[in-house]
Design a protein around this ligand. Structure first.
Ligand SMILES: [Cu+2]
Length: 73
């Protein structure tokens, strides 16, 4: 079985401090199918590794939005 893990980088302009990165990492990291999340305060980018067979990018973006950190397009 070959694992298909997607590695993406999203930008969330509302990230401003460690609280923000923790909130995102906890919320997105808790999703089934998400393997790794790393949010960065300086760049406001969120690196995510996920299994597209288990969760969609749209769902991840919706959760970011719910947390108060909408993804910039
Ligand atoms: Cu913050």
């Amino acid at each position: 079985m070959s694992a298909t893990i997607e590695h993406i980088t999203l930008t969330a302009p509302d990230i401003s401090c460690e609280h923000c990165t923790n909130a995102i990492q906890n919320a997105v990291g808790a999703l089934d199918g998400v393997q790794q999340v790393r949010a960065d305060i300086a760049t406001k980018k969120v690196e995510i590794q996920f299994d597209p067979n288990r969760i969609s990018l749209g769902k991840i973006e919706a959760v970011m939005d719910d947390e108060g950190y909408p993804v910039a397009k």
